[in-house]
Each structure stands twice: as C-alpha cells, then as structure tokens.
Design a protein around this ligand. Structure first.
Ligand code: MRU
Length: 345
C-alpha cells in the first residue's frame, strides 16, 4: 500500500505528489511552516490527506513552541492554527482537523505543556489511522453498488494518495475488486493539475486494477456509447442539502451522467459534511495560479498575457447525485434527511 503521509522521528514525511508518476520522491517537513507550504503547493492534496497533514503540521507546531506556561502555549498554538487554516480554502477536512486539535488543547487545560504536546502528537497519528479504517468501511459499504464486470468513471484522484491510505472513491473500487468483482476504470486526466493522469492512473496500475486514461472532454462520448456503468468521485465538502464540492470538472460529468441515466456516486467520510452550510453556493472555491492553465509540466502552451481563470473546484447540485457513500451507510435523496440520519448514528 502506498504511504501518502507518515509521522517519523518528530517530522512529517510525504510522498511528493507533484512529481508522480515520473519520480517517487519524499518531502520531509521538520516544522509547521513547511507543512503549510506542502499543502499550498500540492505536495500533498486530496481532502482527507490535507486534514491529516494539517493535524501533523499542528503537532509539529506545538513541538516548536518554547514556553512551559500553558496559557502562553495555548495562545501560540492558536496563532499556528490560524496560519494553518489559510493553507487551502475548499476542503472542509482542513478545518475539521484543526478544530479537533484545538478541542484537544482546550480539553487538556489542567495538563502541563509537555503532556499536551505528547497528546497532540498522538492525536495526529490517531487521525491518520482512523482515516484508513473509515475508508475501508466506506469502501465495503459502497462496493455493493458496483456490479461484477462494471466499468466505472472517476475524476481527479480520490485514492490512497488523497487520504491516509486506501482511498474513498478508489476505496470503493478496491473493495469491489477485493470482493471478487471484475471492475475496470476510466480515469479522466483532470486538467489542469492532472491528478487523474498522474496519480489515479499510477495508483490503479500499482493495484493491478485495469485503468484506461481519457482526457476530460471524452467522458460524454464514452457515456453515449454505453461504455460507462457508474461514476464515482470523492468530495472536498458536502453541504447539508447534499450539494458536493469536488475537483473542477465534476459538475460537468454529473450532468452528463444524469442525461445518460448513469448513477453518479460520491464517496466521502462523514467528516466531509459541513453542517454549517445549507447549500453549495456558500462553499468557498479556491482560485489557483494562472500558470497551472497556461503551462503543462512547466512548458508554456498559451499566448503571453492571455486572460485566465483557474477555479480548482466546482459544486455539483444534489439533484445530480444518486447516492453519497459514507462509512456509516449510503445516503440517498432527499439528502437533508438521509445525511442528518447518518450523522446522528
Ligand atoms: O486539488 P486537489 O487535488 O486537492 O483536489 C482533490 C479532489 O478534488 C478530490 O476529489 C477530493 O479531495 C476527494 S479526495 C478523497
């Protein structure tokens, strides 16, 4: 199994996802600022993986605090949390992980600073371990939706690389294969950062799951020809009504799937649900650097000074979502009720 991120000798080690699949290099972060840099630069990406990185980054930050007075420690830790929250805006998992680490500190008020630091380090590792087991549970629940022999389309990378391991959307596919089903995958390349071509294709090849790479513009063609039985994607944030923010291009695929009567599944842990937002129009959408659009792998492909927009995510309205697969069960429309029921369990 690919190791996306690990805590090792008081540092955070991550596989450099900017370099895959051509080079397998690791980035070692010895301080929290380096972790923030790694999240911003997409060394590590994918909503759950960002959350784990943030938690580990905060554990590093806690170790960097010099004071032994717990009130000053809490103040400094708060500032680090604030900085961490600025790393990327869309994936809720970042804020979920920060809140969890903050809660631990406020629940440990009577403890000395050394103990709080140790608790934070073990909490970050716990978040990683929990993520892997959540993905396995979610995968097992979701695989029941896939028929033997199905060809599944996925977009971006919602695999082991986007999580602590195993994956969400790719976790469902892995679990179906582990249950003896023959599954093949179409992977959209996912411009501009090419998570599909570089990461999903690499990950599925490693797992010996048959994968065919297509450009984003080919999805409709293959749906029309009856070559795709289901779509499965991950999510960066799901609102109370079941609207789903995910990698740019997801909305287009969901609409196409609906027109072709192909089920469109979203696989995500319960922690991806943002209970504070009623609908997707309130989700902050990250705008990334223009060079991701004007260049491919460092090579300019567009005229100088061309106008560019580069939203990293889009929002798929709930009407196009067939089901949301979580570790607690499968939610179906109306999502407001079904998601609330799963959350309560
Ligand atoms: O910009 P990225 O690569 O962080 O975007 C990732 C996605 O959109 C994934 O589909 C999503 O985070 C789900 S990962 C299990």
């Amino acid at each position: 199994m690919i190791s996306t991120i690990a805590w090792k000798d008081n540092s955070v080690v991550m596989i450099d996802q900017r370099k895959l699949p051509l080079e397998e290099e690791y980035v070692v972060c010895k301080d929290y600022k380096r972790v923030i840099w790694a999240i911003k630069e997409l060394v590590i990406r994918g909503a759950p993986a960002i959350g784990i990185a943030a938690a580990m980054g905060l554990a590093l930050g806690a170790l960097e605090i010099r004071t032994s007075r717990s009130d000053s420690f809490c103040k400094e830790f708060d500032t680090i949390c604030h900085e961490m929250a600025s790393a990327r805006p869309t994936a809720i998992n970042l804020f979920w992980a920060i809140d969890r680490m903050k809660r631990l500190v406020s629940n440990s008020k009577g403890e000395d600073v050394k103990t709080i630091k140790a608790l934070l380090v073990s909490e970050a590792q716990k978040i990683l371990a929990e993520d892997i087991s959540v993905n396995r549970r979610l995968g097992n629940i979701g695989q029941k939706l896939l028929k033997d022999g199905a060809c599944v389309l996925t977009h971006c990378n919602a695999g082991a690389l986007a999580t602590g391991g195993y994956g969400t959307a790719l976790g469902v596919i892995r679990a179906a294969v582990e249950n003896g089903k023959k599954i093949s995958v179409f992977a959209d390349e996912t411009r501009p950062f090419l998570q599909g071509a570089r990461l999903t294709a690499w990950e599925l090849k490693q797992a010996s799951i048959p994968v065919t790479l297509i450009t984003d513009s080919m999805a409709g063609h293959f749906m029309q020809r009856g070559r795709i039985e289901a779509v499965i994607v991950g999510a960066d944030r799901i609102t109370v009504n079941g609207d789903v923010a995910n990698k740019i291009g997801t909305y287009m695929i969901a609409v196409l799937a609906s027109i072709h009567r192909i089920p469109f599944y979203v696989a995500a842990p319960i922690s991806t649900i943002d209970c504070s937002l009623e609908s997707g129009d309130k989700i902050p959408i990250e705008e990334r650097d223009r060079s991701e659009v004007t260049h491919i792998l460092g090579k300019q492909i567009a005229p100088n000074e061309i106008m560019v927009e580069n939203p990293a995510f889009d929002v798929t309205p709930n009407q196009y979502v067939t089901a949301i697969i979580t570790e607690k069960g499968i939610a179906t429309p109306p999502f407001k009720e079904s998601l609330a029921r799963l959350e309560e369990e």
